[in-house]
Design a protein around this ligand. Structure first.
Ligand code: ADP
Ligand code: MG
Length: 463
């Protein structure tokens, strides 16, 4: 009947507009490379900020001592204590704690947020055992992973440019996040100092390099998305500082803000953008990351409910609630292997209060999940390909084969299997089999936390 015809047309149009044939992905990658060049040439030269991290050397494995790390960049923050034993002993001990951030603190005041964090840190520090105390007379040192765009001014200072991923704390914008944290730690009486301010992407790069010397870049696919990589200092025209000994500098691309006419954008993406906290910004992130994939699916389903009465004559009221369909739920539906899509039925009923769905309806939902996830994953692969291209690692070098590894982190990549498989498959498609055989994506197990602790160690005031 007409309802199904209209539904089929909507899905078909969605599929076409979300199409990512290889030639298009190459255009996206080339645009990414061009923007990288522009961003390296001058500040403000591109939507890609290409932020200089002040990290000019990565961990070698020789790091020793007791260090802390704090990872703030999404719905949770993580605290880590790690005891490093150098080349011989490696990581002797590590202890974790994860704390979820009460939603009201994500849009409150700077002091409230940082006091909450400092209090949790102080509690964690209080659990130090006999074997895990800093040397007498020494301050504890912390690697601070802060995963929002920051204008870094040194390894221990950086001002917040803007919030992303649902955070919006006006009085923190333009402030030095290190001094905000240091002040909060003082307020709660905690004797600790920030030794390195990094981004989760740089933390992941450092952690990845610690385990694997082939690691040249890191990519986050979680609530948000970002990438960092090791650039030759001579390829950074906007760097006017001293020449680092390594001849290299880690660049935080902030690729989530990438934008290009080659990106396959739809009316649904426009709707999402209009409704978002940051319209016109983070375009690439809104196509790819975990914060948005489920929401895109919701917007498409709502349109279908309105225009094709997909779910009956009444538009399911829950379907009108932004962000009610989260990416983990989308992933669960997408991975439903039961012949009658039982899991999809349950999710629709439980989350959206759409009961009595037919198999045909459920198939449409899975189809939409597939289209949205595939587009995101393939665009992420194009970005990775762009970075490899920028580094000249997209081709086979004559004699010795260069090996490249990219450290990946984030719940989206870790848990959304179809998404991850699609990223890997697409990257292989773009690189070709020979280069692909010498390129690996390695999942970092809390690489960013360990990485930040490692960078605190290599930037310790006691070295
Ligand atoms: P963050 O990015 O907030 O630091 P994570 O790296 O743990 O945190 O990523 C969490 C994000 O990963 C969630 O916001 C969600 O979008 C995504 N995610 C988590 N679990 C799943 C899942 N099972 N399927 C799909 N996406 C998931
Ligand atoms: Mg994270």
């Amino acid at each position: 009947d007409g309802k199904w015809e209209r539904a089929a047309v909507i899905v078909k149009e969605l599929e076409e507009k979300c199409g990512t044939p290889v030639w298009k992905l190459r255009q996206v990658a080339d645009a990414m490379v061009a923007e990288m060049h522009a961003g390296l040439a001058s500040d403000g030269g591109s939507k890609l900020k290409m932020i200089i991290s002040y990290v000019d050397s990565l961990p070698t494995g020789d790091e020793k001592g007791l260090y802390y790390a704090l990872d703030l960049g999404g719905t949770n923050f993580r605290i880590l204590r790690v005891h490093l034993g150098g080349k011989e002993r490696g990581i002797i001990k590590r202890e974790f704690e994860e704390v979820s951030i009460p939603p009201h603190l994500m849009t409150g005041s700077s002091n409230e947020l940082f006091d909450f964090i400092a209090t949790a840190l102080a509690k964690f520090v209080a659990t130090e055992g006999e074997d895990s105390r800093p040397f007498p007379g020494r301050q504890r040192e912390l690697g601070f992973t802060f995963s929002f765009p920051v204008r870094q001014t040194s390894i221990t200072s950086g001002t917040l440019i803007k919030w992303t991923k649902g955070f919006s704390i006006e009085d923190a914008v333009g402030e030095d996040v290190v001094s905000e944290l240091n002040k909060a730690m003082e307020r709660v009486g905690l004797d600790m100092r920030v030794a390195a301010l990094v981004n989760d992407t740089i933390g992941t790069l450092a952690g990845g390099r610690y385990y694997n010397p082939d690691v040249v870049a890191a990519v986050i696919l979680g609530t948000g998305t970002n990438a960092a990589y090791v650039e030759r200092i001579h390829a950074i025209p906007k760097w006017h500082g001293p020449l680092p000994k390594s001849g290299e500098m880690v660049i935080n691309t902030e690729w989530g803000n990438f934008q290009s006419s080659h990106l396959p954008l739809t009316e649904y993406d426009q709707t999402l953008d209009d409704e978002s906290l940051n319209p016109g910004e983070q375009t690439y992130e809104k196509l790819i990351s975990g914060m948005y994939l489920g929401e895109i699916v919701r917007i498409v389903l709502l349109r279908m409910a309105e225009e094709s009465a997909l779910f009956g004559d009444i538009i399911p009221p829950k379907l009108k609630i932004p962000f009610i369909l989260r990416t983990p739920d989308m992933s669960t539906m997408h991975h439903d292997t039961s012949s009658d899509l039982t899991v999809v039925g349950e999710k629709l009923s439980y989350l959206l209060e759409i009961s009595d769905t037919t198999l045909r309806m459920r198939k449409v939902v899975v189809n939409v999940c597939g289209i949205v996830a595939t587009r995101g994953a393939r665009l992420a692969a194009a970005g990775i390909f762009g970075i490899l291209k920028k580094l000249g690692r997209d081709t086979v070098m004559d004699r010795e084969k260069q090996r490249s590894a990219i450290a990946l982190d984030g719940g989206l990549f870790e848990h959304y299997t179809k998404f991850r498989d699609c990223v890997e498959g697409t990257l292989r498609e773009l690189l070709g089999p020979e280069v692909a055989d010498n390129t690996v994506l390695v999942l970092s197990e809390d690489g960013s936390g360990i990485g930040a602790a490692l960078l605190a160690a290599s930037h310790s005031q006691y070295l």
